[in-house]
Design a protein around this ligand. Structure first.
Ligand code: FES
Ligand code: FE2
Length: 355
């Protein structure tokens, strides 16, 4: 599997990188060690000491916050990956350096640029709904590691028709099977918009939207940015009414490939519940239930199904060895895969013509 390199990957929620601590994460098979420098800015280095190749996260951050010390023999590296101290000699071998990756904190996430080309911050997808100052409406910012390929999980998220079956009673129900699906592309951004008019409010929204059991118009508009950063605007409103009269959730579904068969799934949600009045207890119930329902859906329903899908393909010869039948509901996933393939081809041709 070929990963796209010249792109930003969300490594972790910023809250999980406190000052003074070393964190480790693997992205596209590259082990990274992350920490904050003396100014609090994130730093990402290859998590591998050039001496005996041990992980640097087993060492420690020096008291100035600007150097990391290998835990085995004490070589020290600055935030650019340069070795600044060899405790065993005055000499520092030229090869004693660690690759540094551009790292940026934005939208409550730590993004790392994995490629060789200059990092372009403007390419970080917009997840401003999850900025720190939006805390009151943002759910817990969570991450789980899935044992599945990130593209299979992307297919899952870009085809939300499965909510009627896999998440029946949680995120959808049997009357939401037939939806209107529109796929739109704007430059490098893809939208997969699904609407299901005049249905009973699905489980999660039934909880959020007090509508006396009356039918609603439901929608789920997923935005996709390569390779697998998704933002889902999902909600319900009165039948034939305006969306702004209903309630909706913006959900971050950000998949970061760890390796071919492992994926970090960062998720969080912001509620827009139209000032529906609730007691503090009811408010807590909504917050807790939304969080637990989402976790159940992802961990107990999506992951086992996608894992079984992956296993079936691995048993048959590997991912991509079988040609699946396509349905109309696959329009979004197919378009996203094509866009990724184009990006890979462009990356290949620019590498081939590089001086
Ligand atoms: S392994 Fe890092 S200094 Fe020896
Ligand atoms: Fe799902």
């Amino acid at each position: 599997m070929k990963f796209i390199r010249n792109i930003w990957y969300a490594t972790m929620w910023a809250q999980n990188l406190p000052a003074g601590r070393l964190a480790t994460v693997t992205v596209t098979k590259e082990p990274l060690v992350l920490f904050r420098d003396a100014d609090g800015k994130p730093v990402a280095l290859m998590d591998r000491c050039p001496h005996r190749l041990v992980p640097l996260h087993l060492g420690k951050l020096c008291s100035d916050g600007q150097r990391i010390q290998c835990g085995y023999h004490g070589l020290e590296f600055d935030t650019s990956g340069r070795c600044t101290h060899n405790p065993h000699s005055e000499t520092i071998p030229a090869a004693a350096k660690v690759r540094a990756f551009p790292a940026v904190e934005r939208h409550s996430l730590i993004w790392v640029w994995m490629g060789e080309q200059p990092a372009r911050e403007e390419l970080i997808p917009d997840f401003s709904a999850f900025d720190e100052d939006n805390n009151s409406r943002v759910s817990r910012r969570e991450s789980i590691e899935l044992e599945v390929n990130y593209q299979l999980m992307t297919d899952n998220l870009l085809d939300l028709s499965h909510v009627s079956f896999l998440h029946d009673g949680v995120l959808g129900h049997s009357n939401m099977v037939r939806g209107d699906i529109r796929v739109e592309q704007e430059d490098d951004t893809l939208y997969v918009k699904r609407s299901t008019p005049n249905v009973a409010p699905p489980g999660m929204f039934d909880l959020m939207y007090r509508h006396d059991g009356k039918p609603v118009d439901a929608w789920a508009d997923m935005r996709w940015n390569a390779p697998s950063c998704m933002l889902n605007n999902a909600g319900v409103c009165p039948v034939g009414g305006k969306r702004t009269d209903g309630v909706y959730i913006l959900g971050a579904h950000i998949l970061t490939p760890v390796s071919e068969f492992r994926t970090l799934y960062h998720f969080a949600a912001v509620r827009y519940d139209n000032n529906i009045s609730r007691t503090p207890e009811e408010q807590n119930e909504v917050v807790e239930k939304l969080s637990s329902l989402r976790r159940i859906a992802f961990e107990e329903q999506d992951e086992p199904m996608v894992l079984a899908q992956q296993q079936a393909q691995v048993n048959a010869g590997g991912l991509g060895s079988l040609q699946p039948v396509l349905l109309n509901i696959d329009a979004g996933p197919v378009r996203a895969r094509r866009m990724l393939d184009t990006m890979r081809l462009n990356a290949d041709s620019s590498a081939a013509t590089a001086p």
